[in-house]
Design a protein around this ligand. Structure first.
Ligand code: HEC
Ligand code: HEC
Length: 494
């Protein structure tokens, strides 16, 4: 291993990134210039294409793949003390798309693409996938994630405004509380006590700072950008300048692999924009009339069984733009104060099709089937979803974000670990806060349960470029009028 690394260093120091070169060299020959992204010299389409290229790039030694002197959490370790690749602690893959590719690049992954979350911080865990070292998680899809990030930002702003008003209006020396609500979702109660201090002990499903973090199944990452900075380092040993560069670490080669400034600020912007602008999941309606009727009826039963208490069918964004960077980004990620101009695009008019649905008031409709809130699905008898042992970002091990269901029809396997092969098993494992809803579902006759499953199966990531969000099995748009004709059993609807 040591010899391989020193050979690599030798080769690298005599290499140059020149036009027209032949032989081995970096996969990323040119980095994205953030100033050009901000000025608009690099337009949206260009940024998306660059992001797509970075997401699919199989990084190599010349790019700076690997992190011989540092862990996936950025801590120091003895240079070369772990292998270049290791399935547990990472680097564990050649490209983002190595895991995120099912059914299309940018989406989720098979159980073989699972990640041992937090093993990267204990680097190197070379011999064990035991739950004592890491939390094994299944790969999620990023389709629609631009809308998800913007929803979370608007929810955070609403919660912060409620907190501000509570503090401004509470009479001195008196205790006062407010029910926290954002986009119709309740986040418990916030109190100002007699001394004027905030009491967050009754806040639910979100951190005490009231920042809605929509990423990771645990809900602990605020933005696609923060996730990308983490993932580039964790999975590929690729350090971004904004997280690991000179300004923050006093080093241009933080991981000591002889490659400096591995990912530019613009590279991270492009990778973020690509993910944010991926096609939004939609619905595929079955050709077969009984199956189509089942989908329609199943959707109603999904509501009456209480599934929608957490899997909220739709939320409305008040703005249509995705704006980068996110104002709630933690240090080590680009923030609004670091840029001259934002980079933004219209989620309903730009990006891969199908796109987000515009709402009449200038906003947009997000049909993600989540409340972006954490819940506990464990009780005395149902314990499947509390298998984890390592706390992530201080969040109790049994709490998980309500899973988005808008891609559930083609994102098997199920559950945060991806160890459930059918939708019925995933529902059966709902205990705790979801126990009443689960029991209501299993109290239904089999035929009615199957209709709910048929409805869930219709929610899918569509082929990129699909013309509409609701389509038939050939990908042709299904309008409300056409659907009504079909439901009457009229063959003219086909
Ligand atoms: C080895 C497989 C693997 C690789 C490689 C990988 N990911 Fe992931 N990704 C996952 C898994 C597993 C999750 C779910 C993590 C969790 O819930 O804790 C995930 C989650 C995400 C999420 C959060 C999605 C959500 O809705 O919460 C983003 C964003 C993401 N990955 C981006 C990336 C980027 C960008 C890269 C490349 C730099 C990358 N991933 C590389 C497996 C991978
Ligand atoms: C109290 C909130 C809550 C209620 C009510 C609820 N769910 Fe869930 N659901 C969750 C959470 C949280 C998860 C993530 C579980 C995990 O993997 O840790 C989830 C996951 C799922 C999954 C797995 C999706 C995947 O891709 O892995 C399915 C399917 C699902 N729910 C369907 C339902 C149905 C159907 C109902 C009604 C019978 C329902 N849920 C009621 C919170 C809820």
């Amino acid at each position: 291993m040591k010899r391989l690394l020193s050979t690599a260093v030798l080769v690298l120091s005599s290499s140059c990134v020149c036009a027209g070169r032949i032989g081995d060299g970096p996969v990323i020959e040119q980095h994205v210039d953030q100033a050009a992204a901000e000025s608009g010299a690099l337009n949206f389409e260009h940024l998306f294409a660059e992001g797509e290229r970075l997401f699919a790039a199989k990084f190599n030694l010349y790019d700076g793949q690997g992190r011989p002197a540092t862990t996936g959490a950025g801590a120091a370790r003895v240079a070369g003390s772990a292998p270049l690749f290791i399935r547990t602690s990472g680097p564990d893959a050649n490209a983002c798309a190595g895991c995120h590719n099912d059914p299309f690049p940018g989406a989720g992954g098979d159980i073989v693409a699972n990640v041992f979350v937090l093993a990267q911080a204990l680097d190197p865990v070379t011999e064990s996938v035991s739950g004592q070292f890491s939390n094994e998680r299944n790969t999620l899809g990023m389709n629609g994630s631009g809308a998800i990030e913007m929803l979370a930002r608007e929810m955070t702003a609403a919660l912060h405004e409620q907190r501000r008003q509570l503090q401004a209006q509470a009479p001195p020396g008196q205790r006062r509380s407010v029910n926290l609500v954002a986009k119709g979702v309740r986040f418990g109660e916030l109190t100002v006590n007699e001394s004027g201090a905030l009491d967050t002990s009754k806040v639910e499903g979100v951190d005490a700072d009231l920042v809605v973090r929509p990423f990771h199944q645990k809900g602990v990452v605020v933005s696609l950008r923060e996730f990308t900075n983490n993932a580039m380092n964790h999975h590929h040993g690729m350090q971004s300048v904004e997280r690991f560069g000179l300004a923050r670490t006093n080093s241009r080669d933080f991981d000591k692999d002889s490659v400096e400034d591995e990912l530019s600020v613009g590279d991270i912007t492009a990778t973020t924009i690509y993910q944010a602008a991926l096609n939004v999941p939609g619905q595929v309606l079955p050709d077969d009339l009984p199956a189509l009727r089942a989908v329609i009826k199943g959707e109603r039963t999904f509501a009456s069984a209480g599934c929608v208490d957490c899997h909220v069918p739709s939320m409305t964004l008040s703005r249509r733009e995705f704006v980068e960077p996110n104002p709630y980004n933690p240090a080590g990620n680009l923030r609004p104060a670091d840029v001259q101009r934002h980079v933004s695009f219209d989620l309903t008019a730009q990006g891969q099709k199908p796109r987000l649905e515009a709402a009449a008031n200038g906003g947009a409709i997000v049909r993600a089937y989540t409340d972006l809130k954490r819940h506990n699905l464990c009780d005395a008898t149902i314990r499947h979803y509390c298998n984890e042992r390592v706390r992530q970002a201080g969040v109790a091990t049994e709490l998980f974000l309500t899973r988005k269901l808008w891609d559930v029809g083609n994102s098997a396997p199920y559950g945060h670990r991806g160890d459930l092969t059918t939708l019925t098993e995933a529902i059966d494992a709902h205990g705790g806060e979801a126990r009443a809803s689960r029991d209501a579902f299993f109290a239904l006759p089999r035929a009615q349960r199957d209709e709910v499953i048929e409805f869930l199966k219709s929610l899918q990531v569509l082929r990129p470029g699909t013309a509409a969000l609701v389509v038939d099995t050939t990908g042709a748009p299904v309008t409300a009028a056409r659907l009504a004709v079909r439901l009457r059993g009229d063959s003219a609807g086909h």
